[in-house]
Design a protein around this ligand. Structure first.
Ligand code: FMN
Length: 250
């Protein structure tokens, strides 16, 4: 990125908002103003959508008892209950079935479209919130107990709760977490093998970040984190759950 006259990276406000991203998990009790929430939701709806199919529903969960239950289903994540807002983002082809009862549903491709479109909406919502001085975090933890979440929120067939987003006024300003460098993520023309020296450098960077951050310090590199994360099963009940909701049947 270009540097300005005083040697800082020159960014417009959109890019500055994107680059300032860090997940926020501690919130003040301040409510989000109704007009800000509406802007956030409208930004979600402005995202691109595959074939203009618009297959996402957002459930704003306000009742404290529901929030508490969702926090537990998400693996005891207290901020699901305490954040000013908690939005559950669902892939939704139920709406399409209501419009067209003979719609051909159940294709794996539709699961992909649902996940992609819904994630784009979620990212738009979180960035919009961040641009308004709010903070938040995605909550994939709701997929720890998908059946229970489905029953709690009254989700019919062809609706899939993919993730939640907590949003609120940040009570702390966590440091940004260093993400992988361009040299590892971006490939030129053809897939390239992993650059081990770039990885070693990034591992060291992450080790220093974990050791120095203000809370939950640890002695771990990114490679070690990946090994631990991918050495256990990943929600093995998901295929059966997806099929039960009418997704990925063919
Ligand atoms: C789809 C998705 C699900 C996530 N689920 C959770 C979650 O359940 N709980 C949580 O604390 N963070 C969750 N996160 C946040 C990630 O842990 C976080 O984005 C990652 O550690 C990188 O940190 P950063 O967002 O501060 O850059 C999730 C992120 C994504 C994209």
């Amino acid at each position: 990125m270009a540097l300005n006259a005083i040697g800082e990276v020159d960014m417009n406000s959109t890019i500055a908002t994107i680059m300032r991203h860090r997940s926020v998990r501690h919130f003040t009790e301040q409510a989000i103003e109704a007009d800000k929430l509406e802007q956030i939701l409208n930004c979600a709806l402005a995202a691109s959508t595959s074939s203009f199919i618009q297959c996402t529903s957002i459930i704003r969960v306000s009742k404290p008892a529901l929030r508490q239950q969702l926090a537990e289903y998400a693996g005891g994540q207290g901020y699901v209950a305490s954040a000013a807002e908690f939005l559950v983002f669902c892939a939704d082809f139920n709406r399409h079935q209501q419009i067209h009862p003979e719609a051909q549903l159940g294709f794996t491709e539709q699961t992909l479209i649902g996940a992609i479109d819904t994630a784009l909406m979620g990212q738009n919502a979180l960035l919009a919130a961040q641009s308004l001085g709010l903070g938040g975090v995605f909550i994939g933890g709701i997929r720890n107990n998908p059946q229970q979440v489905t029953a709690l929120l009254g989700l019919p067939e062809h609706v899939l709760p993919l993730f939640g987003i907590c949003i609120g006024y940040p009570a702390r300003e966590p440091q940004s977490k260093p993400h992988l460098p361009l040299s590892i993520v971006v490939h030129q023309d053809q897939y390239q093998q992993l650059d081990r020296s770039a990885l070693a450098e990034y591992d060291q960077h992450i080790r220093e970040y974990y050791a120095a951050r203000s809370s939950n310090t640890k002695q771990t590199s990114w490679s070690e984190h990946v090994k631990a994360a991918l050495s256990k099963e990943s929600r093995p009940f998901m295929k059966e759950y997806l099929n039960g909701q009418g997704f990925s049947l063919k």
